[in-house]
Design a protein around this ligand. Structure first.
Ligand SMILES: Nc1ncnc2c1ncn2[C@@H]1O[C@H](COP(=O)(O)OP(=O)(O)OP(=O)(O)O)[C@@H](O)[C@H]1O
Ligand SMILES: [Zn+2]
Ligand SMILES: [Zn+2]
Length: 835
């Protein structure tokens, strides 16, 4: 039996439970089945109060499948006669989505020219339907002793079957296997409330067992204990006498042998215990709201006066205390019984930020990001739906967190490019989606940054058109807490260093500054722009570079620990190989390493400044879970003098003892073939500079470059970000770059070079015939890196010179259909990167 055809999307629906007087007998559902994914129409039986967001069981061919109710259309699709339409079997789990959730997903699908299924896959926990298992459970207290007399044979048989289960429940699949008439018996039992049916999460993860330490006895002063042992016991006592072993050790910087000794002496007991997954990773002392600076107070007052959807740009210089404003803006939201959503660039990089939220709001803080396991995501999803007031902190995809009573949305470091998904589709920007969420909720949206994105800036300062206020409101925190000064920035011309005979990667000034760190007991950061970008290997005899066999890029050189052989790695496709003995092109044994990645910098430190202790902080050293936190903690505790790192250094490090920031060579940031390169370089440099001098001691920044007169360098030295943006806007306007236009990038790729070029050409011709007047088509052209992971890549770029035109005319589906097998097309609306 064929399933009913797909209903037309966009049918209007009633978001509330159906009105019993005017029942809505049709429901559009999304069926999740690997081969066939799409929308189908079913009939709602009179006794089932189906509402949008319910998880249902529906007949589908010969099977029964899980399905999500997504719309209640007023009529079935015209090409379907009502008699053909099958009925929903049951509601398995009511209310899986908050109100307006589908409006949001539809808006994303429409704006980003993406099929709704792809949006759903991005938003929902994986395997929500596919791997969830329906189970039937006896509700023993509700069943009267003489139940048998009420029931028809099928229901009775099912009841008896369930009574055989030790736990009082079975999977629905098992019941159907045991009893062909199970389907007939179930509705009766459900209606009487004698059984209930629910969905079990996909493969519930096993509870984690962990060692816990409990204090059993406090020592009296005469007991023979070492100072360390006493400290540890005291610390355990202050934490309530019960801690995870790992936390205790971390808290006291102790080794586990101390605890074992204390256990032998009978002061503590160590036992294995279940660690609930939702529990916070670290016990933290609670803190109190801080007394606000006048600027903070003014910003908070404005935010608290907002009652509706309104976007606010909170432009606070580095160290101005934006986080405290967020915290105090959230507190009353929770008190009102609503929830807050806080989006951050990368959770792993900002343990300090999550800690601050936990210190203020304790267990009301919930962290949601893509590194959670499926089971954890599912649990968190269910928990959020219950609607208890909470703060959800998460990365990009958390913008889809199903919080029913949303009172505030915050994007911290809103300029960060990780808020944009570049693949797979939908290529959404969390800031854009957050604006829709804020309108649907409705609730305020705060965009916070020391270096706002140009688009955000433009939104706050665009000329108010006749009667239209700017779409967002500008709030400023122009100075640091306690009016501490911004660091002094010195630019060092590396060409001159070279002329003066200094061949080292450290200028004399930077070297001096590094040398004095130890004397003063202060700490520094060394920022190395762009990971592995220029750490290539080439042959001294023939000059050829060693390239990735799958991509058009050179391999980067990595030195594993100790004397191990060097590795060559591709940063695009993760191909890795052992460094060859000879040049693969000419056989020469003389290979040379170029570049100054973090590794090169640490090697040079060893050579020139052997007394300095350093920690390397980049994607190689932070690969394992918890490594960010561990390295930052070591550094914060003074176990090293400098932290040598990549872009990660620019994000959210707030350490008062850091007084020096060195930038190795800023040039790598602005020599990029992208019209946003200047803006992004300026943001990165101001952010990393802003890590210096946040405590009582003033900070200094030493910025090495081969182009000291570059306009970005000038802006950074002046710390004139607003001026720089004004200048940048003036340059973009005549060139019709965003925000004065809208861009759409079509990425076409396949394994065959010719085929990719042909399809790109064909799509270009097809589009040309459809272009509205104000739209320019650029290309097709080969992508800046033609081959990545063995796929050849071509681009087509659309420039909508009138950004208000929108994309209603854009034939996304036809373009997809014209690609043919083996050719992939990604439609990137508002692309952040053109490479
Ligand atoms: N009102 C206040 N009184 C005292 N200290 C404060 C106050 N507000 C913030 N701080 C402290 O000032 C420091 C800087 O604050 P915070 O990290 O929030 O700045 P920020 O604006 O987010 O900076 P960045 O953008 O550079 O990360 C923090 O250590 C914070 O605890
Ligand atoms: Zn060679
Ligand atoms: Zn590669």
């Amino acid at each position: 039996m064929a399933p009913p055809p797909a209903a037309s999307p966009g049918a209007d629906y009633n978001p509330d439970r159906p009105n019993p007087d005017r029942p809505n007998p049709w429901v559009e559902v999304l069926v999740d089945c690997p081969q066939i994914q799409g929308l189908f129409t079913y009939a709602i039986p009179p006794h089932l109060p189906v509402a949008i967001g319910d998880i249902l069981t529906v007949p589908f061919g010969h099977q029964q499948l899980g399905a999500i109710a997504i719309a209640l259309p007023s009529a079935p699709p015209p090409d379907l006669s009502p008699s053909q339409i099958k009925a929903v079997i049951d509601i398995v789990n009511p209310g899986f989505f908050p109100r307006h959730y589908w409006d949001l997903l539809r808006q994303v699908a429409q704006y980003y020219c993406t099929p709704i299924m792809a949006v759903i896959r991005t938003a929902l926990p994986p395997g929500l339907l596919g791997r969830s298992q329906r189970r039937i459970r006896l509700n023993a207290p509700a069943i009267p002793p003489d139940a048998e007399v009420f029931l028809r044979p099928a229901a009775l048989q099912l009841l008896q079957l369930l009574r055989q289960s030790k736990t009082g429940e079975y999977s629905w699949r098992y019941l159907q296997q045991q009893m062909p008439t199970a389907q007939r018996g179930l509705p009766d039992l459900l209606q009487r409330g004698w059984v209930s049916s629910y969905l079990e999460p996909p493969s519930p993860p096993r509870p984690k067992q962990q060692k816990a330490v409990t204090l059993v006895r406090q020592p009296d002063p005469t007991e023979p204990l070492t100072e360390r042992q006493r400290q540890l016991l005291a610390s355990l006592g202050r934490s309530g006498g019960d801690l995870w072993l790992s936390h205790l050790l971390q808290q006291c910087h102790a080794s586990s042998s101390i605890v074992t000794t204390l256990a032998k002496k009978g002061f503590v007991v160590i036992q294995e215990r279940e660690n609930l997954r939702s529990e916070a990773e670290h016990p933290l002392d609670r803190d109190q709201p801080k007394a606000l600076s006048p600027h903070q107070a003014a910003a908070l007052a404005y935010i608290q006066g907002l009652t509706q959807a309104q976007t606010v740009l909170l432009h606070g210089v580095t160290g101005s205390g934006k986080t405290e404003v967020y915290l105090q803006a959230i507190a009353p939201v929770l008190q009102r019984g609503q929830s807050a959503l806080v989006l951050v660039p990368e959770i792993g990089l900002t343990p300090q930020l999550t800690d601050r939220f936990r210190q203020r709001f304790g267990s009301q803080v919930c962290v949601y990001h893509s590194a959670l396991s499926d089971g954890e995501r599912y649990d968190t999803w269910r928990q959020m739906l219950q609607g208890d007031p909470q703060v959800v902190i998460g990365t990009r995809s958390a913008v889809f967190a199903p919080l029913p009573h949303l009172g505030l949305v915050i994007l911290d470091e809103e300029h960060d490019s990780s808020f944009k998904q570049s693949q797979p589709q939908p290529c959404y920007h969390a800031r854009t989606v957050a604006q829709w969420r804020s309108q649907l909720a409705p609730c305020p949206l705060i965009l916070g940054s020391a270096t706002p994105a140009l688009e955000t800036w433009h939104q706050a300062f665009s000329d108010p058109r006749e009667g239209h206020p700017p779409p967002s409101h500008y709030l400023s925190l122009p100075s640091r807490i306690y009016d501490r000064p911004q660091p002094q920035i010195r630019v060092i011309d590396m060409r001159q260093e070279f002329h003066c005979g200094n061949r080292s990667i450290f200028s004399r000034s930077l070297r001096n500054a590094l040398e004095t760190l130890r004397e003063t007991g202060q700490q520094g950061l060394l920022f190395v722009p762009r990971r592995g970008h220029s750490t290539f290997v080439s042959c001294r005899s023939c000059g050829e570079a060693l390239d990735c066999p799958h991509c058009d890029v050179s391999l980067s050189h990595h030195q594993p620990h100790g004397g191990a052989r060097s590795l060559l790695r591709c940063h695009y496709c993760h191909y890795a190989s052992v460094q060859p003995e000879q040049c693969p092109h000419c056989g020469s044994p003389y290979l040379k390493f170029f570049g100054s990645g973090t590794q090169r910098v640490t090697q040079e430190l060893e050579r020139h400044l052997p007394d300095l202790r350093w920690i390397r902080f980049d994607s190689d050293t932070t690969r394992t879970k918890g490594a960010h936190r561990a390295l930052l903690t070591q550094f914060a505790q003074g176990e090293a003098d400098i932290l040598v790192g990549t872009q990660m250094l620019t994000k959210g490090i707030d350490l008062p003892q850091v007084t020096l920031v060195g930038v190795m060579a800023a040039d790598g940031l602005f020599h990029l073939p992208d019209f946003r390169a200047g803006e992004q370089a300026c943001q990165t440099l101001l952010q990393v500079a802003g890590r210096a001098g946040r405590g009582a001691e003033p900070g200094q920044v030493i910025l090495q470059t081969y182009k000291p007169d570059h306009e970005v360098i000038a802006a950074v030295v002046r710390q004139g970000y607003g001026d720089y943006l004004a200048q940048e806007l003036a340059q973009r306007s005549p060139l019709h770059y965003p925000p004065y236009s809208q861009l759409v990038l079509l990425r076409i790729s396949s394994l065959e070079a010719d085929r990719t070029a042909q399809v790109a050409e064909a799509l270009g011709q097809f589009l040309t015939s459809r272009l509205p007047e104000s739209v320019l088509l650029l290309g097709p052209a080969p992508a800046p890196i033609l081959r990545v992971a063995r796929r050849f890549r071509w681009h087509l770029l659309l420039k909508l010179c009138d950004p208000s035109l929108g994309l209603d005319w854009f034939p996304a589906l036809e373009l997809q259909q014209r690609c043919g097998p083996g050719v992939a097309l990604t439609i990137d609306v508002d692309p952040l990167s053109l490479s």
